[in-house]
Write a protein that binds this ligand. Structure first.
Ligand code: GAL
Length: 687
């Protein structure tokens, strides 16, 4: 069951680090926050050395003073547990708590997240600081909730300390029962990797060519996820035991962690840290990149854990570390635009990072709302505007949820297996990007969902279309669920490399696509990676809007029709498999299934959008150019249409029905000019 934050109105907060500032500043800071309609602060998540300056000596006075003052100003407080930054005394005395790189070299004090989750000593010391901290602050009237640690698996999501190797062995013993089973699951007879004693088993260590056993590599990621979960659970259990009146969350979506399970089992809702500018600072091979708008895909993933969630850190200025991460300044309007990007996708509590830029440390260029000098600047004015607007629209919007009829589906096993496996991982990244992008440009709201062992048919049936691009690992249970989805009326799309691996990442001795060959009514007769000797074949797709010369990228599978009711939609037009089927369609029950033997490129996605007769749910309300994102939040018969202009140019919208911009109160009808980086929120009627 999806778990959402419960807010009565859209609420603004800010990350505050009182330990970075002279105490004389606090009061002025809090007064100005209230003037900007900021009513929540998040703090203490890195303050272990202040809360426990020496082993076993706790001092909670400093933050109590801050909280007393915050309370006077009507500010609510989210407290972070400080376990992402063990103090120097701790790692010096107990070096076994440190994480190590794959060579076994320990990460030392001086940065953050340099610990491992496995060391019994670290778990004990974390449990103790958390227990003492919760005891100390649980009655404080300002506290509303707790954040566990900070960004689990950020900075690194690999763990190779001694304690981790030991914990991995224990996890494997539990999972496989015997070494014999483990040897089978990992196919260790290959290259004489057979284990004869558990002590011989390790997480990845330095290997020739850095090539670990692929089945071990998959289990390593599953182990890291389970281990991170059990580390977080210690804290969640303590907070729930001592402070049941408060909510529990954690922030960030980082690798090798099943955040869905974490949310379902441990949290009240998920929180995310949104820095859209990250998607603009790395070179992209895309001709038509989504840029900062690509961040909507990350937010869509967060929504699949919590339809309404908290943004624990929202970008409030250019980001920068002293030695890495260089960003230009957000242009005027972009901080506000990105705030509404988060709101559109489901945030009801939006906390900016951070109140004021730090004057010391690694993050002196990670800009907060305020500059070092503390005078009003344009970022302060922009956030104040968001504050004013939240006061106007916040009570209507809170609790409404993003609406989508299309879902792109993924699952952790395939994502993790695909990190190492070059024969399907890259296809997944290419295809998910193409689908999300083209659906965005055509204003078709899309969810990004994660299939898990607990996913029920009902959850899938809320979507008209599910794209499950390259599920290489496919169990019989998943195949059954997919078949039921189609039989009940769903439209399902698969791409190349579907269904050829089992749950250990071993290949089935069956024609592809293995467990869903029957559903799709095809098998793969021949196939090639697009590399070296073979260039991607062109596609022939009669009656589609595919530009001539469009290629089937990434991988080409030559399909063989096995069932008389299969229709060949498109064929390969060049290469030695010219004329053979590339894309098929089959009606099954009340639904349809498509199988495409390649990775999805943008033109192919556009043609498939037509083929599946997908249209924008906003089409009755407006015509908008591709530069804007269009989405709808609804609940209980109220619907709100968000239009976000990511471009630096004014754009023209044509409204087909008159309505009101709730942010300005302006009547909207006919042709509307929307400014660069503009935002509009309109109340609309939906069927
Ligand atoms: C986040 C982190 C914050 C801060 C911010 C800017 O990942 O949670 O503590 O470091 O990035 O770098």
């Amino acid at each position: 069951m999806a778990k959402s934050i419960q807010m009565n109105e859209l609420t603004l907060g800010v990350c505050y680090y009182p330990e970075h500032w002279p105490e004389e500043l606090w009061e002025d800071d809090f007064r100005r926050m209230r003037e900007m309609n900021i009513s929540v602060i998040r703090m203490a998540e890195f303050a272990w050395a202040m809360l426990e300056p020496e082993e076993g000596r706790f001092d909670f006075r400093f933050f109590r003073r801050v909280m007393d003052l915050a309370h006077q100003y009507g500010l609510k407080v989210i407290l972070g547990t400080p376990t992402a930054t063990p103090p120097a005394w701790l790692t010096h005395k107990y070096p076994e708590v440190l994480n190590a790189n794959v060579e076994g070299v320990l990460y030392r004090h001086g940065m953050r997240r340099h610990y491992n989750y496995s060391s019994p000593k670290y778990r004990e010391l974390c449990a103790r600081i958390v227990r003492n901290m919760v005891e100390a602050y649980k009655e404080h009237p300002s506290v509303i909730g707790w954040q566990i640690d900070n960004e689990l698996n950020c900075e690194t999501n690999e763990f190779y300390s001694e304690a981790d190797h030991i914990a991995f062995r224990a996890w494997l013993q539990e999972r496989y029962g015997s070494l014999n089973n483990l040897n089978h699951a990992w196919g260790t007879v290959f290259w004489s990797q057979t284990y004869t004693d558990w002590e011989q088993v390790y997480l990845t260590r330095p290997m020739v060519n850095h090539s670990p056993n692929p089945h071990l590599a998959l289990d390593e990621k599953r182990f890291i996820s389970a281990n991170t979960f059990s580390f977080a659970k210690i804290q969640a259990d303590i907070i729930r035991e001592l402070s049941p009146q408060h909510w529990v969350t954690t922030n960030g979506t980082f690798g090798h962690l099943d955040n869905h399970e974490l949310t379902d089992e441990l949290l009240d809702f998920f929180s995310y840290d949104s820095y859209p500018q990250f998607s603009t600072i790395f070179p992209s091979s895309d001709e038509n990149p989504l840029g900062d708008r690509a961040w909507s895909m990350n937010l869509s993933n967060v929504r699949s854990m919590s339809p309404n969630f908290c943004i624990m850190e929202q970008q409030a200025g250019p980001g920068g570390w002293v030695d890495r991460i260089e960003m230009g300044s957000p242009r005027p309007g972009q901080i506000r635009l990105w705030s509404y990007q988060s709101v559109l996708h489901g945030t009801d509590l939006l906390v900016y990072f951070r109140w004021r830029t730090a004057t010391f440390g690694t993050e002196i260029y990670w800009h907060g709302i305020n500059d070092y000098h503390n005078r009003p600047n344009r970022r302060v004015r922009e956030v104040a505007q968001v504050g004013e607007e939240f006061a106007k629209i916040g009570s209507f919007i809170a609790g409404t949820a993003y609406q989508a009829e299309v879902a792109i589906m993924q699952d952790y096993d395939n994502v993790w297996d695909g990190e190492l496996d070059k024969w399907h991982g890259p296809l997944q990244r290419q295809s998910v990007r193409s689908w999300y992008k083209q659906l965005q440009y055509q204003h078709i709201p899309t969810d990004l969902i994660t299939l898990g062992t607990k996913t029920k048919l009902e959850a899938l049936l809320q979507y008209k279309v599910i794209v499950y691009p390259h599920p290489a690992i496919m169990t019989d249970e998943t195949a059954t669920l997919m078949t039921q989805y189609v039989e009940h009326g769903g439209k399902l799309v698969f791409g190349a490399r579907t269904g050829y691996k089992d749950t250990y990442g071993q290949c089935y001795m069956q024609p592809f696509p293995g467990p869903v060959a029957g559903l799709c009514g095809i098998t793969v007769e021949d196939f090639t990676l697009i590399k070296g000797t073979i260039g991607a074949s062109e596609l022939h797709w009669e009656g589609s809007r595919l530009p001539s010369g469009t290629k089937a990228v990434g991988f080409n599978e030559v399909l063989s029709v096995e069932s008389p009711d299969v229709e060949v939609v498109a064929a390969y037009a060049t290469e030695y498999y010219k004329g053979q089927p590339a894309l098929t369609r089959r009606a099954v029950g009340q639904g349809k299934v498509w199988y495409y033997g390649a990775a999805f490129s943008e033109p192919v996605v556009d043609a498939l959008i037509d083929e599946m007769e997908l249209t924008s749910p906003a089409a009755d309300w407006l015509d908008a150019p591709a530069e804007v994102e269009v989405g709808i939040r609804s609940a209980n018969g109220s619907s709100f249409l968000f239009v976000l202009n990511y471009s630096g140019e004014q754009v023209t919208l044509t409204l087909k029905k008159s309505t009101v911009d709730l942010l300005t109160g302006a009547e909207l009808d006919g042709t509307i000019e929307m400014p660069a980086y503009g935002v509009m929120v309109m109340k609309i009627l939906t069927p």
